[in-house]
Write a protein that binds this ligand. Sequence first.
Ligand code: FE2
Length: 566
Amino acid sequence: MSTIIGFSLGVHDAGVSLIQGGEIKAAYSEERFSNHKNKGHIINKSLDMLIKDFKLDLDTVDHFVTSTPLLPNEENIILKKYHNKIQFYPHQYCHGLGALIFSGFHAKNNVMVLTLDGGDHNIYNLLYGEYIDKKVLNWLNDTMKDHWWGKFKNIHNASDGSISVYNSGNLELIKEFNSNLGKLYFFGATMMIYYYNVTGTNVEGKLMGLAAQGKYNEHIYRTFRNMCLFNKDTESFEDQLPNECKTDNWNHGRILDSIMLSLFQHSKEDVAYNLQKYVEDTCVNLIQFYQEKYKCKYICLSGGFFTNVKVNQVINERMDFDEVFVMPAMNDEGIALGAALSKCVELGEYNFDKPIDNVYLGKEYSSDNIRRFVKTRFMNYHPFSYQHIINELKNGKVVGIFRGRAEFGPRALGNRSILVDPSDKDTFTRLNAKLHRNDIMSFAPVIMSEYVDQILDCKKSKHTAEYMTICYNVKQEWINKIPAVINKFDNTCRPQILRRETNEWLHTLLSKYNDLTGLPLLLNTSFNGHCYPIINSPLQAWEALRDKLVDVLVLDNYIVYYDYRK
Ligand SMILES: [Fe+2]
């Protein structure tokens, strides 16, 4: 059995993963170790930590695997020393295979796998940031031919999406395409920043939040339609823009100003609403076309586009699939794992009998390590106690959690989370202020799986909701009980459905909280400050407590407070 290291080395969301003996051992995102949100280009810190934690000798690693985009980096040990052992898998395939395996649908047939992202996996575009004509490309090839990374020069993969169908153990690629759907959303986010002064990180998320507050407008909707239209006859995406505005050039800032100006007469909420509606409608059209053609009953979604939990909700509710699954690490950090899984499956080593039921694949600190840290840093500490935590939550306190292994992917699922009572309507404003965030989307709940049907209109696709990847409508009788975790504009929420087997201590906490309050859920948001990645060390947790992001901190088997009198 092989040791496989997968890595992702693009302009954003770099990371590494490790598969040994057919099992996923770890997946680390570079941002968590560099403390730089969405860090791309290098994997030095995450790789160093992987080597240390798993006592790896890189000389004995059997396979290094990745996908485009790949940026040259003189300091990267894999690129420098092991480049002859590197194998590439297509970018969209890595997204798709990862989703298929995490979904568990590989035991079924008639599975559609749809990937969509921002595209631009052509390394030359990434290197130089703008369109390069043939002459320049030839010059580059010539210049780079003796360089150590010159061997990668023909790795091009400019698609931003793919449709595959899985049957009888075979994942068949039907179509790769350039949809520009991801770029269209990016265009909307850019407009929010430059025209409407929306600030902070994750502007795409804010755009999605604003969409719930807008209304339909034909002019805006048609404008987006003209930029990106699925043509069923040619099975491709087209635009109706003049030549100088062709979508190949969308990234390069010299177009689209006139479009933005024409939209700017409308409110940002209406722009957001119509953009969101357009991408939802287009996804439905695209999927419906291939669903009818290939008679698919299940669908897996992956790629950064599917961070859009409202699109995922529409696919789940409007389309006739038995079940929808969204890859938990749907963006490019998931490529590190998708590439390693691709190799493992190709070798016939992947253990399909062991279903994946969590993403606790990140960094872990030993209990001894944390005990020493607590005893040197804190004077005010207490042993772990459910009742103690529940009392704090009931008193409206903001509780930071640092226990077990970190989650892989963009969501905190209980081990690097902030938990708060969900029943106070003022929590949204209070928590945003405390965390120095300006989020527009509502906070999300973690709900005991046993109670989900009582609270949510959630007939199918519950498995994917274990990873907070999809929205559901909240049942009328719960809307006033849990306002802190509901989008008040459309009465939806984006839950983490928690089964006991997945995270036993958190499930026990919810159960005891329910016994006392009648609420089998808590608000769960990621444990990080504004514009920073989710915390990744006890020291960062201590800093968050010191800076009053949280009122109380659960650090492994301790409950700690900051002593400001020191
Ligand atoms: Fe991607």
